[in-house]
Design a protein. Sequence first.
Length: 260
Amino acid sequence: MFADTAVLVERNLITVRRIPTLLLSATVQPLMFVFLFAYVFGATLGGGEYREFLMAGIFAQTVLFNSAFTTVGLANDLSAGIVDRLRSLPMSRLAVIAGRVTSDMVLGAVGLVVMVACGFAIGWRIRGSAADAVIAFVLLLFFALAMAWVGAVTGLVARNVEVAQSVGFLWMFPVTFLSSAFISAASLPGPLRTIAEWNPVTAVATACRDLFGNASPPDFPEPTGWPADHALVYALAWSGTLLVICIPLSLWLYRRSASR
């Protein structure tokens, strides 16, 4: 399986080399969000202190949005007949999906590096220990892996690029913005606050802020409750649960699509 996965990862990365705009999509869009929130909205939300608060949310958003590459990539392979050709070969069925997920994880890691450099450029700093920073980045990559498998399930369900793009972003935007990625979840009213507090994006962003040592702006209400107090554990639990569900589900959908 590992050899088959490595071959497909190489195939997908060669595609990126031939179509470099795919790499631009993984980096330019997050940069736009950084400058939009840091300078357009950030001036009224806390200036430099808000930029420190912002970056962990941008990191979480970036790895979440990168799952769209897996969604669209798998849907394109299905509609173009590439998956049918792979099925005729003596190779692992899981490797077809794992190869797409792994290559998109590489793109996501490149995008994360660009975001870190952008964060330093706008004044963000890691104020915690080096060990805590490493844990934060490992958490982000683990969350990215879970989201990539969610993207794989979405792509296998959609089966064509147009539907994949619509369905993929249909759930990404509310999950991202109904969280503490850009604001404090405690500032939201009623049920929205509860949803935001238990949102996995909130857990990842909060855990990363704690590990990076980035405080909230003074006028931001501090998050409370179990998810805020145990953000790292909750984020890891969410990511692990998604992997346990989505890996076998994607394999089942892949086998089911062969009978259509």
